[in-house]
Design a protein around this ligand. Sequence first.
Ligand code: MBD
Ligand code: FE
Length: 290
Amino acid sequence: MSVNSFETEVTAKAADSGANASARFAERQAKAGSTGVVDHERVDRLAGKAIKALNDLVIEEQMSYEEYNAFKAWLIKVGEDGEWPLFLDVWLEHSVEEVANADREGSKGTIEGPYYLDGSPELEWNGTIPMRPDEPGTPFVFKGQVKSVSGEPLPGAKLELWHADNLGFYSQFAPGLPEWNLRGTFVANENGEYEIHTIRPAPYQIPTEGACGQLIEAAGWHAWRPAHMHFKVHAPEHMLITSQLYFPGDPHNNDDIASAVKPELMLDPQPNPDAEGEYTVYDFVLDPER
Ligand code: MBD
Ligand code: FE
C-alpha cells in the first residue's frame, strides 16, 4: 500500500467515526426512553439563558451579517455531517461531568465521549481484551482493585474498557475492524481485583474532515486528544464511575481538545518484568449509591 492510499484510507475512516456516533447515540437514547414530561420552567430558564448568551455575544463582539451567515451554514453542516455528538462531547460534556460528579468522594471520573458501546464481551478478571492476532502496539497490563470509599474490596465489580487502536481508531466507528476490537467487560475476582491485558492506545486526533475539523482549522486550533483508555466501573450498590486514564509525557496532556484530563487520571506505566511491554497499577474507589 502506498503512503498516499494509506492516508486516504485513514482519512475516510476518521470521517465515518464522527457520523456513526450520531446514529449510535440516537439508538441508545431511544432505548433509554423518555418520560415525555416537560418541566416548562426549567426549559424556559435553560433555553432562555442559552439564547441570551448568544445575543450578548453578538452585541459584545459586534458580529456582522457575514459572520452570522457563516455561523448558520456551519451549524447546518454539523448536523449534515452527523457531528453533534462529537461537537458536544468535545466542547461541552466536561462541564456537565463536573456538575454531575462534584460531590463524589471516590475516584475522579471524566467524560464518556462519543464512542462508548454497551454489551462488550465479558471476560475473566485477568483476561485479554478482544484484539487482532497481529494487533499493533506495546503490550499493556493494567491491574488494580475496585474498592468502596470505606476501603472494602468490591468482588463482582465489572470494568468496561474501550480504547482506540495504535492508529487512533475505535471499533464499530471506523470500518475494517473486528466488531469488539479493544472493547471488553472484565469481571473482578473475589477480592475486587482485575488484571487486564491489552495494548497501549495511540494519541487520538478527532475527525478533521467534517464541520468540527472545519471549525478547528478556521480557529487555528489543533484536533488532538492525548492517548487514553476509557472505563466504566460498576459494582452492586455503588455509583457507576465513567473515567479515562492517561499516560505521562503525552504531548497533549496539557491541551486536550476535549478538556478531559485531570491530574488524578494519570497512569504510571513501568516495564513489565514478566513479559514484553508495560504494566501499570490503578485502583478504582466507588461511592455508595445514594
Ligand atoms: C474521543 O475518543 C473521545 O474520547 C472524546 C471525548 C471525543 C472524541 C473522541
Ligand atoms: Fe476516546
